[in-house]
Design a protein around this ligand. Structure first.
Ligand SMILES: Cc1cc2nc3c(=O)[nH]c(=O)nc-3n(C[C@H](O)[C@H](O)[C@H](O)COP(=O)(O)OP(=O)(O)OC[C@H]3O[C@@H](n4cnc5c(N)ncnc54)[C@H](O)[C@@H]3O)c2cc1C
Length: 471
């Protein structure tokens, strides 16, 4: 890390990206592939320290996004590029489709409008289905369902391997990733930015603010003010045991309200079923706590939608924070005079839209007048597979010791996650790269072994005892 920091301080980058959430990782990938000397600055010991560490993991089609919006364009572009590149990066899609289910007559009345909006958004395969077709497709669903809109392209992806693949492709093609590098001050001399970070000074000809939950604070550092204020909106989730995955195929969505897309019941790529998220305003940008009353409500709601879930053991609970602002739309703005692009308020579709946002941001950057030569033959790293429906490492020849028996994580996977171009920087990062400690026992049995295997490798030593919760 020291070597990299010294190089960063001495170098002048074409672009510095602030924030290693899914959006920053995708932007770093795009700029690198387009030939820009790129540095990504992340204040935490690892990527995904903000909104991107806890979401529903749905790959959205954009069927319900505001027609004509920038969000819709980025979701559509992000979806298309994800499908195009995921195989080459080792990423998966769990092809579930989704159904927007109406439980009341008032909701049935809204379905026609949902289909019309989907078609207006170019998602032509969306169609209304009656209760018979819905229940034939999903026999475990409550028979109280009245009708639905089927969205065949709405799928499930791996929320953590995806940004990891993006930043790995950036780094393996020449980008610099600086972690523990929080930006604390910034100055522009008319041509170049000097960014004071907790890892030393970094100079760049342009800056992209992808600081997510801290986006307004970083915008103020750069520009003296922010066009928006972040109001974190918490979403709590319950993750059911893997036995639940046999109960449903399709993601079950509610008919949305003005305020929220509502609570979803969906399979995860890791072989579980989740229910959530809630939508709760809070001031705290760091902590996303869960509370038992809300979790019990979610479990009750899941049981009303899929009655078999009522008796299903719960494996984990978690909460994520959306970087919401006072408006619903993305707050992306360019300041060509000061060579800053502010990517704010990527609230609830950023996992899907990240690749599309990255292309949009690069388009804005081109107006700054700096041309680069795209990399002709980029490296395509392949990230380890964590998806339950594809072969895992423990099934492969010579996989050796299994360290986490709940999630069947091998010692070889742990070793790989601690080395390589973007090694895990902390315990959360190791969990997100391997799923160790995220299964039924939540790390009760494997933490001691993991503490030995990770000695001296993580920002803080692993405390022996049950691990934190996670999806
Ligand atoms: C409950 C919930 C459910 C969701 N479901 C879905 C879904 O199903 N599908 C979907 O597509 N999207 C979903 N999303 C949305 C998606 O997760 C977000 O849009 C996305 O994570 C936003 O990413 P970001 O990179 O903009 O911000 P963040 O993830 O917050 O990243 C910002 C990064 O910047 C770093 N940072 C902050 N300040 C500084 C600084 N001064 N210097 C250096 N680094 C700094 C932070 O540490 C952080 O790592 C959901 C979100 C939530 C919360």
């Amino acid at each position: 890390m020291t070597e990299i920091r010294e190089m960063a301080a001495a170098d002048l980058f074409d672009v510095a990206i602030i924030g290693g959430g899914v959006v920053g990782c995708a932007v770093a990938r795009r700029f690198t592939l387009e030939g820009a000397r790129t540095v990504l600055l992340e204040r935490a010991p690892d990527i995904l320290a903000g909104a991107s560490k806890g979401n529903s993991a749905l790959l959205h089609t954009g069927f319900d996004a505001p027609t004509g919006s920038l969000e819709l364009a980025c979701v559509r572009d992000g979806y298309a590029e994800y499908r195009e590149i995921c195989g080459r990066l080792g990423l998966s899609v769990l092809e579930t489709g989704a159904a927007v289910v109406a439980w009341t007559d008032a909701e049935v009345a809204k379905l026609e409008g949902i289909v019309a909006q989907a078609h207006a958004n170019g998602v032509d395969e969306v169609r209304a289905i009656d209760a018979d077709e819905l229940l034939a497709r999903e026999p475990a669903l409550s028979p109280a369902a009245k009708a639905a809109v089927l969205v065949p392209g709405e799928h499930v992806i791996d929320p953590w391997s995806t940004p990891l693949a993006y930043i790995r492709q950036a780094v393996e093609n020449g980008a610099v990733l600086l972690r523990n590098a929080g930006v604390t001050a910034a100055g522009f001399d008319g041509a170049h930015w000097r960014l004071a970070t907790t890892a030393g000074e970094v100079r760049a000809a342009a800056v992209v603010n992808c600081a997510g939950l801290w986006g307004d604070r970083v915008a103020t550092l750069l520009l003296g003010q922010s066009a928006y204020a972040i109001h974190p909106r918490k979403g709590q989730f319950v993750v059911f045991d893997k036995a639940a995955a046999g109960l449903l195929r399709t993601t079950i969505l509610p008919v949305p309200t003005e305020r929220t897309k509502g609570v979803v019941v969906a399979r995860t790529i890791y072989g579980n079923v989740l229910v959530g998220p809630t939508a709760e305003e809070q001031d705290d940008r760091e902590r996303a706590t869960t509370d038992s009353e809300t979790l019990h409500q979610l479990i009750g709601q899941a049981g009303r939608i899929v009655p078999g879930l009522a008796d299903m053991p719960v494996t984990a609970v978690y909460a994520g924070l959306r970087p919401a602002t006072e408006r619903k739309e993305y707050r992306i703005a360019s300041d060509p005079d000061r060579r800053v692009i502010d990517v704010g308020g990527i609230r609830s579709t950023g996992l899907t839209a990240a690749l599309g946002i990255a292309r949009h941001v690069h388009g804005l950057y081109q107006a700054f007048g700096t041309a680069h030569r795209p990399i002709a033959d980029p490296v395509w790293p392949v990230v380890p597979n964590l998806a339950e429906h594809r072969p895992r490492d423990w099934e492969a020849e010579g996989s050796g010791e299994i360290v986490c028996h709940c999630e069947l994580v091998t010692g070889r996977e742990i070793a790989a996650a601690l080395t390589g171009p973007v090694p895990a920087g902390d315990w959360g990062g190791l969990k997100r790269r391997t799923r160790a400690g995220m299964g039924r026992c939540q790390g009760f049995y494997c933490t001691a072994r993991l503490a030995r295997l990770t000695e001296g490798r993580l920002a803080e030593p692993l405390a022996v005892g049950p691990a934190h919760h996670g999806p």
